[in-house]
Design a protein around this ligand. Structure first.
Ligand code: FPP
Length: 246
């Protein structure tokens, strides 16, 4: 089945969040080191972003490195950082040419200096692009972001910039790293794991969750189209009844 042709382009999710999982297992299956899987994961990233721009998706957020990932063996952490740095360096021109804006969420200060520099340059060069915003979650965890938001809200109250009674569901997310992004309507996780793993916990409140057994290095734009097709078949009720939705 050609899923791309089945997609209703007038009902696309405005934001798709992806947990790219299974790189290590993919490499192991091939008798290779885990890093081999991460390297091939970049090919999937490229293909999925191209596919997303092709059909008009406006926001894609990728869980590229979690706070917890810092606890992996040092060699693997270094390798992932190197892959990130070289990919951003190599692909910035492609992002510019395709009108893609690069954005980052997470505790950026924890990243190596060279990584911060590459990211900052790429973000500067793509700042005015508006076809698709590609957000990388790096050194990110949702609990970190939520705790950070609570802290910044407390500081704003302390400084007299915010009234305690004004803190509500609209104000709170304006203190999250994702404040410039709409909430994801679709969350995709590869590799057969059915977990959210500390990813966008506030923002995914009403998201449709899509799990596929495919390992991330095998995931391609056609798989993205299938996930969107599946999403469009679902009824999103937001707590209402089917009858209320008409
Ligand atoms: C999860 O698979 C993958 C990661 C923690 C790293 C993902 C990073 C990349 C694909 C590189 C990103 C590059 C750009 C430019 C965004 P896993 O290692 O947890 O796999 P496993 O569950 O099979 O062990």
């Amino acid at each position: 089945m050609n899923f791309k042709d089945q997609i209703d382009l007038s009902k696309l999710p405005k934001h798709i969040a992806i947990v790219m999982d299974g790189n290590g297992r993919w490499a192991k299956e091939k008798g290779k080191l885990r890093v081999f899987g991460h390297k091939h994961g970049v090919i999937s990233v490229k293909d999925v972003i191209e596919g997303a721009t092709e059909i008009g998706i406006q926001n894609v957020t990728l869980y590229a490195f979690s706070t917890e990932n810092w606890n992996r063996p040092k060699l693997e952490v270094t390798a992932i950082m190197e892959i990130l740095i070289s990919t951003i360096n190599r692909e910035t021109k492609t992002l510019v040419d395709n009108n893609v804006k690069l954005n980052v969420i997470g505790n950026i200060n924890a990243l190596p200096e060279i990584c911060k520099r590459e990211l900052s340059q790429a973000m500067q060069k793509t700042a005015h692009n508006n076809r698709l915003t590609l957000t990388l979650a790096l050194s990110y965890s949702a609990r970190w972001d939520i705790a950070n938001a609570a802290k910044n809200i407390a500081i704003a109250v302390q400084n007299g910039e915010l009234n305690v009674n004004d803190i509500n569901e609209e104000i709170f997310p304006s203190y999250l790293n994702t404040h410039n992004l709409p909430d994801p309507e679709l969350m995709i996780r590869t590799s057969g794991e059915h977990r959210i793993s500390n990813y966008l916990l506030w923002e995914l409140a009403y998201a449709e969750l899509y799990f596929t057994p495919k390992l991330w290095p095998d995931f391609r734009r056609e798989d993205l189209f299938e996930a969107i097709y599946d999403y469009q078949k679902r009824e999103r009720r937001f707590g209402l009844t089917s009858e209320q939705l008409g």
